[in-house]
Ligand binder design. Structure first.
Ligand code: FMN
Length: 219
């Protein structure tokens, strides 16, 4: 199966040092997902997309005028079997860079597939508060998060820049910790893939096409 790993930081500020710990976290997740050769993973870096200025989501463009990079990402989201959502904690909340990137795409691209939440911090809490809030966001996006989560406190010390665990004596424990969440992700991804092939979920609950009031209760 194929998984997209969304990296949730565009930060280039120092302090706090060093800039952008998120890339090493994303690399660690990709290595773990791919380590036995059964699955593939692709890191989606918000820095690769020009999302400044006016906010115009993918679904707001006429089909012939969607920017190429947004459209290519939409197709990759639709084709993926599941998602890993990586966020640092900013002011006890999910990364605005991650939310902004995800907000560019309609939930029908993500829905009926699972996600895994990964958070990290420079300090001791590992982004737990952001991670708990992400459950609501990802559920609304339709890619329900699996129950296990990965939290990486002191990410700068735990992982080197390549995403390897810095202290070799701890590497097996970290691998087992990551694996618990990713095994849940694999199980759900396989189950939902099989069932999507059997029943097209979008033929039962139609995606919103017109405006958000289509969500509303009648009356
Ligand atoms: C605006 C801002 C707010 C932050 N808020 C928190 C926070 O609430 N909790 C926390 O543990 N760390 C917080 N941090 C520290 C981040 O965990 C740390 O900078 C981390 O490296 C951010 O991820 P990044 O390097 O990938 O951007 C904050 C950092 C910034 C820049």
């Amino acid at each position: 199966m194929h998984f997209l790993i969304f990296l949730g930081s565009v930060r280039d500020s120092t302090p706090p040092n060093p800039p952008r710990l998120g890339l090493r976290v994303a690399r660690a997740c990709a290595d773990q997902i791919e380590h036995d050769g059964a699955h593939s993973a692709e890191i989606i870096d918000p820095l690769d997309y020009d999302l400044g200025g006016i906010f115009k989501p993918h679904f707001a463009y006429p089909a012939s005028r969607v920017p190429d990079d947004l459209d290519a990402l939409a197709q990759r989201i639709q084709a993926a079997d599941g998602y890993v959502m990586i966020s640092p904690e900013y002011n006890h909340s999910m990364s605005p860079a991650l939310a902004h990137l995800l907000n560019h795409f309609g939930s029908s691209l993500f829905s009926y597939k699972p996600s895994a939440i990964v958070s990290y911090s420079a300090g001791q809490w590992g982004g737990t508060r952001a991670a708990v809030a992400m459950r609501t966001f990802l559920s609304e996006l339709g890619c329900l998060p699996v129950s296990a989560m990965i939290q990486i406190p002191r990410a700068r010390d735990v992982l080197d820049e390549a995403g390897n665990v810095s202290d070799e004596a701890e590497a097996a424990d970290w691998a087992a910790y990551f694996d618990r969440t990713f095994q849940q992700l694999f199980w759900w991804a396989d189950a939902t893939r099989q069932h999507r092939q059997k029943v097209d979920p979008h033929s039962l609950a139609r995606p919103f096409r017109r405006d958000p009031s289509q969500r509303n209760a009648p009356g």
